[in-house]
Design a protein around this ligand. Structure first.
Ligand code: XUL
Length: 517
């Protein structure tokens, strides 16, 4: 059996798979808020941080690890696990002193992880991906490199507030002594992997690319980005590596305490999005995952380290080798629900009334699909922008509004993923709104490719379990065929007669966006 762990914002999840039967044999979660209320982080982070700071307590992640393994040891026979891999919420960084490596190598089972590792923390809390406090540091790093285009060309993204490099710089500036005492900087993923392996292990290319420090072309830390971020940073990071690299056997702590076999091995951990790419079975270029959530995300495998010339999309390492894009659209369900509430509709009405596309209706009425500030592209929402028939522009016909919002969302996605230069051959759609047939058909028609619906709640933890099996020699595509299957009967084919109308709508939509910058 192979174990995948995912330390997300709100919980730590384990997925155990048996590749021979093609089955998930156990799934368990520790919810930070509900199970560990003494950290006073009901949603997994410390509320009320000043100036856009959003931090979490790394001790909470350690306590969750002990609790999860205690539960797993009751629920299943952990001695059967051959290899463990994992993933973590991206960008979060953990700061440790020179004693960490020794401490993690010498863990004793008579005490817990928190007590044994807490003295190594040089920063009590870890900034996470929701943190927006580093605007000044992003500007400084960008200026040092000669502009955003250069930062993006090297690292796969513009300097971004939540990315670890700007966060490291802010720590260095605000507490230079503690920064100096820091001997090791880990991401959430590599921190937990190190605890599992009983030694500091590298950051993988998938998660490492979310730091504004990794040179994508060289797949190594970028000397100029390191220098622009903070002094002596190279010495605090291990050279990055591919996720499927085995790091050695599991720490004796987990053998003695929870009954894992001594021979069980640990692979590198990666970011939750790269792990989800694996868990959604989309590691081959041409496959795209669209996840419809509060924000919508678009992620897809790419053969080379191509970057978004406009700096909206991000490029991370693909755990299967090569690269992946991640593009985030802030106005996902946020906009769908805002319009639904404004019109007093329920979602089932969307299917029936709004989304039966005909040649006459496709892309006729255009709406900028934003009901609040957007990041892809950057747009400050000041009110609805509509262009089309008089009836549509009057805002009175609910069906026309709904259709234009959804068309606008997917036209915007198609437009802002073109930089990847990869033809979309198949889309795997997931997230709450993917269950709506009308929405799924619209995605197929606008992208002109088949849409499969996948209902996986733990795609990152499943992806991590598949990475563990692949690191142990199993064939990843075969594993994905077995584990990442679309719901039966849920594939939708595009209507080819809508290809031309939506090509034209894409041009018109871009013109409307450009006119409202
Ligand atoms: C990606 C991002 C989030 C986190 C948390 O850039 O910030 O998706 O990985 O899930």
């Amino acid at each position: 059996m192979f174990l995948g762990l995912d330390s997300s914002t709100q919980s730590l999840t384990a997925v155990l798979i048996d590749p021979d039967s093609g089955k998930i044999t156990c799934q368990l979660s520790v919810n930070f808020g509900a199970d560990l209320p003494h950290y006073q982080s009901p949603s997994g982070f410390i509320p009320g941080g000043p100036d856009g700071e959003v931090h979490a307590n790394p001790l909470m992640w350690l306590e969750a690890l002990d609790l999860l393994f205690a539960r797993l040891a009751v629920a299943t026979d952990l001695s059967k696990v051959k290899c463990i891999a994992g993933s973590g919420q991206q960008h979060g960084s953990v700061y440790l002193d020179g004693t960490f490596d020794e401490r993690v190598a010498g863990l004793v089972i008579s005490n817990n992880l928190v007590a044994q590792l807490s003295p190594a923390l040089t920063r009590k809390t870890a900034p996470i991906w929701m943190d927006t406090s580093t605007g000044a540091e992003c500007a400084e790093i960008t200026a040092a490199l000669g502009g955003s285009a250069e930062v993006c060309r090297r690292s796969g993204s513009n300097a971004i507030e939540r990315f670890s490099g700007p966060q490291i710089r802010r720590f260095y500036k605000s507490d230079p002594d503690a920064y100096q005492r820091t001997g090791r900087i880990h991401l959430v993923s590599s921190f937990l992997a190190s605890v599992m392996a009983g030694k500091s292990v590298p950051i993988d290319f998938g998660d490492g690319a979310g730091m504004n420090l990794l040179n994508l072309a060289k797949l190594g830390w970028d000397t100029d980005l390191l220098a622009a971020t903070a002094p002596d940073l190279a010495g605090k990071l291990l050279p990055p590596a591919l996720a499927t690299t085995i790091q050695g056997n599991v720490s004796p702590y987990f053998v003695g305490k929870y009954g894992i076999a001594e021979s069980c091995r640990v692979a590198l951990f990666t970011g939750d999005n790269p792990a989800s790419l694996v868990g959604m079975g989309a590691t081959t270029p041409g496959n795209v995952v669209i996840s419809l959530g509060t924000s919508d995300t678009f992620f897809a495998a790419m053969p080379g380290p191509k970057t978004d010339p406009n700096g909206f999309g991000h490029v991370f390492g693909n755990p299967a080798g090569g690269f992946m894009s991640l593009i985030c659209f802030r106005n996902g369900s946020l906009a769908r629900e805002a319009l639904r509430d404004k019109l007093g509709l329920d979602w089932s009405a969307f299917d029936r009334d709004a989304l039966t596309t005909t040649l006459e209706s496709a892309g006729q009425n255009l709406m900028l699909p934003f009901f609040g500030p957007e990041i892809t592209p950057r747009h400050d929402f000041t009110g609805p922008v509509l262009k089309g028939s008089a009836e549509f522009e009057s805002g009175t016909n609910a069906a026309l509004q709904v259709r234009a919002l959804l068309e606008g969302q997917f036209l915007n996605m198609r437009l802002h993923s073109q930089w990847m230069g990869v033809k979309t051959e198949k889309i795997r759609l997931t997230g709450g709104a993917s269950k709506n047939d009308g929405i799924a058909q619209l995605v197929a028609d606008i992208f002109q490719c088949p849409v499969e619906r996948i209902d996986v709640s733990n795609s990152a933890a499943l992806g991590a379990a598949l990475i563990a099996a692949a690191a142990d020699g199993h064939d990843l595509p075969a594993l994905q065929d077995a584990f990442c299957v679309a719901a039966p009967g849920a594939t939708l084919q595009p209507n080819p007669s809508l290809a031309v109308p939506y090509e034209k709508a894409l041009v018109d939509f871009k013109a409307l966006l450009d006119a409202n910058r």
